[in-house]
Structure formats: C-alpha cells, structure tokens
Design a protein around this ligand. Structure first.
Ligand code: ZN
Length: 377
C-alpha cells in the first residue's frame, strides 16, 4: 500500500508530463533523499518509469519520472446509449480493447452480461484478472456519494438501484458508479485537455446537457451528488415544459433534443444540427433563429458559471458535427456579452468531440481516478 507521500507523488505525476526528483522534492517540501527513497519503492513496485529528455544543450537534463502505462488497468462500462460499451484502458488512458452488448434494463441481468464480457476482453491483451484495479460505470442520472447506488436515472428508469453491489458480486472488482458528465470531466482531468487545470468546468452538449466542476483539483459532487446539473437551470421562466416537470430549463432550449423539436415545429427539412447549420448558411431565417436561441441560452449559462466560479478553463464536449458554425459562434458571443467586462476573454473555452466509446473510456477513468486520487490510507 502506498503511503500518503507516495499518493501525492502519483497525483503530481498525473497532472504533469513527467517530473524530476528535484521538482517533486521542491513541490512537496521534502528533502531529495527522502523523495528518492519513496520513488525507489514505487519504481520497484512497477508504478513508475524513468525517461531522459532530449538535451537542450545546457548541461545534463534531469531524469523525468512518469507513471508506467502498464502499471494498472481499468475497465469502463457506459449505460448512456442503446448499447453498453465496455472498454479496457491502461494507466495512460489508452483504450486497449473494447466490446459492446445490448443494454438490459434489469440491473441483475445487466451485471451478469457485463461480467461475462470481461474475460474475453482481458484475453485479447493477455491480461490476468489480478492486473485489473477496478470497473467504472457511467450513466445518465444521480449517483449516491459512495458511488455505489444509482439514486435516479430517468433514461434507465431506475431508482435506488445498488448496481455497484450487483457488479461486485458478479466480477469481484471494485466498482465506481458516476454520472456521465462528471465521468467525462474526470477523464479530461487525468488524461485529457484539463490535465493541468485545478479549477475547470466541463459542459456536455448532447440529447441532454450536463456539466461537472473541478475545484482545487477535486471533483465537486455537491451535498447530494447533484452538483453541476445545469440542464435544469431555468433560463426562460414559463417557457417550454421540461421532462423534469419544470418549464424553461436550459435543456428545453439548447439540447440536441430541443433543437430537433424546434426543427419539427417549424417543419424544416433537416434531421440533425449539421443540416440545420447548412440551412442557416443558406439564409433560412427559421434555422438561424433556432440556432440563435439555443446558442444564446447555452452561452448565457456558461457565462453564469464563469461569473460564479472563475474557472481556469471551460471544456465543451459535443457530438460530432453538432457544435460548429452558427451555434458555436452565438455561444461564444453570448459568453462574452454576459460576463463582466473585466474578465471577457480570460477563460479559455476548448471543445472536444464525444463518441459513444468516450463514455466508456470516461467510466474507466473514474476507476483510475479512484485509484490515483482517492487512494485509501
Ligand atoms: Zn428541467
């Protein structure tokens, strides 16, 4: 078991692209000799590797320490689509193997289906079960603070389902459940664009809208696991009815579902956002109005997040070809017009494309995050 200093070293290395012993010692305010002893044990345990960077011509470069890709393996399952995607990742977040199966809404049957799919996935990479650290599961909905129970998922039709216990019974693995947007934020924090950010917000733009926040390097789950639920913030009081029972929520204005509804209401000849954008490009006023309304609502919500939390960056995770053109332009304009003038342009906005497999990788990242950041004492 790693001690608290070694856990800190892992966290530092995850947030960097490699660090020298000297840099780690300075950061942790420990002597270089003490750091060397701690690292020796971690090298021996196969957790770290050393690499010598290219010389820049100014003396001998320091040896950098990095996490070994093969130091740990994690599984991730996504329950966010019609199929369950199951992936195997290494410590660098690379997807090594994947499979998919039909989503069975009966929790016990689902746990059995996932358990049966694991051995063939490991066999593809000649891995043994004891090399696996854990299984993360991502779903649309609320998860309890122990990441063990799906408290509520409208998409799955579940309420208080102890999925972690069912999966643990079938697989013997440590199981971590997580809401889909939070899982994606974790994935970007430990493997992606937000690696170096201690404070950031990730927005997921899909059939529904989600968000998740990292504060001081930690995922903010809130008192009841519901932090970041911007989908149901009221943007237009008395507006369209929302599936949550309220009216005028952000979801009813800016989600892909809302955009498709608006296209149908206006009888526009398009099936998706890419076609709506193409129609707007040709000057169709209804298409332009729909994209404006959605972009304005989403931009306003992001501006409020920036105003309240002052994050280092915002990451917008969107479907392929569904956040380009006018929608993106209006979102960016709405952000700038609704934050205080003094902070306009100071929060970088980056965007990433999500595919169905991204959710499963995000789920696996949750298991990795638990291993790295929430290591037990
Ligand atoms: Zn709502």
């Amino acid at each position: 078991m790693l001690n608290v200093h070694q856990q800190t070293i892992l966290r530092l290395l995850i947030a960097s692209h490699g660090m020298s012993r000297t840099a780690i010692a300075e950061k942790m305010k420990l002597s270089k000799a003490a750091i060397s002893t701690l690292i020796k044990e971690m090298l021996h345990a196969g957790l770290l590797e050393e690499s010598i960077p290219e010389s820049n011509g100014q003396g001998r470069p320091s040896v950098l320490l990095k996490m070994r890709a093969d130091s740990a393996y994690f599984l991730g399952a996504s329950l966010t689509g019609e199929d369950v995607h199951l992936v195997l990742i290494d410590m660098h977040g690379r997807v090594l193997a994947s499979t998919k199966m039909a989503l069975n809404l009966d929790p016990a049957a689902l746990a059995h289906t996932i358990a049966v799919a694991i051995p063939p996935l490991l066999a593809q990479k000649q891995l043994s079960p004891d090399q696996l650290i854990g299984l993360g599961v991502t779903l649309s909905g609320f998860v309890d603070e122990n990441q063990a129970v799906c408290v509520q998922s409208a998409l799955l039709g579940w309420r208080d389902v102890p999925l972690a216990a069912l999966l643990h019974e079938q697989t013997g693995l440590e199981i971590s459940l997580e809401n889909d947007a939070k899982a994606l934020a974790v994935s970007e924090k430990i493997f992606g664009v937000a690696k170096k950010a201690r404070n950031f917000t990730l927005i997921t733009h899909g059939d529904g809208i989600g968000s998740a926040h990292f504060f001081q390097g930690q995922l903010h789950r809130g008192a009841h696991g519901g932090a970041g639920e911007i989908a149901h913030c009221t943007i237009e009081p008395g507006g369209r009815p929302c599936r949550c029972g309220k009216r005028g929520c952000l979801d009813t204005l800016a989600s892909l579902t809302a955009l498709r509804e608006s296209m149908r209401d206006k009888a526009l000849p398009c099936r998706d956002v890419a076609e709506l954008e193409a129609l707007a490009m040709k000057g169709n006023s209804a298409a332009i109005a729909i994209l404006h309304q959605a972009g304005h609502a989403l931009g306003l919500s992001i501006a409020n997040i920036i105003q309240m939390n002052d994050p280092e960056m915002i990451v917008i995770a969107h479907q392929p070809n569904a956040f380009d053109g006018l929608l993106k332009t209006v979102v960016m304009q709405a952000i700038d017009s609704h934050v205080l003038p003094a902070i306009i342009g100071k929060t970088p906005i980056s965007s990433i494309v999500i595919h169905q497999e991204s959710w499963a990788r995000a789920a696996a990242s949750v298991a990795a995050y638990r291993f790295i950041v929430q290591l037990p004492d």
